[in-house]
Write a protein that binds this ligand. Structure first.
Ligand code: SF4
Length: 342
């Protein structure tokens, strides 16, 4: 409750994840943005600017730009320029997720040379596997990009764990580590219906454990990189199942739940860390702004056909300043807790 109280008082600011673009140049097989249709008008550049000004003014520090493909909408460059101006004195932290195939190498190089804190590139394994999911020649295009840009220390790679791509993900990781990338994020595949909020299905815990074992073998191998940062996230349902059935993660989950310790394995500078939303209270840690201005609590919710019914006030409605949005968020959380705890 202390943690929730601090969040509600904004002592611990949230991540603001914005979907500036409604375009993508790929058709990935697992994409949950694909069929999402705008409900309202797109947020104008002027409103993005005023929204971000207000959010920074209210103490928000972490700005993340994800789906669909941000660099296909020119407004992202104005927004990044705005944040670059704020970065020094307000100490904000911001980055963009990209498929690595929406601009030429020079375009990415120019973005990386700015004040941007990170560029997160999505890949799903080595050549054959990645290209099956993300389209022909994707792996080679991204490889060539990362091989040729400067500031590779700002790049991290994010991937989806499927039932059968574990070994492929590790060979991808090694190939990109050799190019100078040392941060990798992995999330389980989830399958959604547009008519349900909850996933219909997700990666099985057995497949997740299989991937964790592969990562541990990789870290313990003396020939693996001497410094690497691997993060694996899972759902709350997965963590609960893994907590109940004894396995290599049970002790880590127990230490996290009862002692607040981080769930991680570390060998020198090689780190394998896990996370899951222990307090999965909507809007507590994150506000996700869709390109048509709805504020939802999780990026995955974009798959839901009726997201206007689960959203906080739309940022397109001028009277909803950021302070009003925060107030609506706090009222929602108090109401939610009231129902959950009664
Ligand atoms: S790059 Fe992202 S938004 Fe585009 S199709 Fe793939 S998963 Fe969907």
């Amino acid at each position: 409750m202390e943690h929730i109280d601090a969040k509600l008082r904004q002592n611990e600011p949230m991540i603001i994840d914005s979907f500036v673009s409604n375009k993508c140049n790929l058709k990935c097989r697992h994409c949950y943005f694909g069929d999402a249709r705008p409900i309202s008008e797109s947020v104008s550049l002027a409103r993005w600017r005023s929204f971000l000004d207000e959010a920074i003014g209210m103490g928000m520090k972490h700005f993340h730009f994800s789906g669909k493909e941000s660099f296909l909408d020119n407004r992202i460059f104005d927004i990044l320029n705005l944040l670059a101006e704020y970065k020094e004195d307000r100490r904000i932290f911001y980055g963009v997720v990209s498929n690595g195939m929406s601009m030429d190498i020079q375009g990415y190089d120019e973005v990386l040379a700015t004040n941007i804190s990170y560029l997160e590139i999505s890949l799903e394994g080595s050549g054959k596997y990645n290209d099956l999911i993300r389209g022909e020649n994707g792996y080679n295009t991204v490889y060539e990009l990362i091989e040729n840009v400067e500031h590779r220390d700002k790049i991290n790679i994010t991937s989806t764990i499927f039932d059968d791509n574990g070994a492929d993900l590790l060979s991808m990781l090694l190939a990109y580590w050799k190019l100078g990338v040392d941060k990798f994020n992995f999330a389980p595949i989830m399958y959604y219906s547009p008519f349900e909020m909850k996933p219909l299905k997700s990666l099985s815990c057995e497949s997740l454990l299989g991937f964790v074992s592969l990562c541990l073998d990789f870290m313990n191998n003396d020939n693996s990189p001497d410094a690497i940062d691997i993060r694996i996230c899972m759902t709350k349902a997965m963590a609960y199942e893994l907590f109940l059935k004894e396995n290599i993660l049970t002790g880590k989950i127990e230490e996290y739940v009862y002692r607040g310790n981080k769930m991680k394995y570390q060998r020198g500078n090689k780190v394998l860390e896990f996370s899951y939303p222990l307090l999965s209270i909507p809007f507590l840690n994150e506000l996700v702004v869709t390109h048509d201005g709805y504020i939802i609590s999780c990026a995955d919710d974009i798959h839901y056909k009726y997201l206007d019914k689960i959203a906080l006030p739309n940022v397109n409605i001028v009277k909803n300043s950021f302070a009003e949005i925060l107030q609506a968020r706090n009222e929602f959380i108090l109401c939610y807790l009231d129902k959950e705890l009664s």
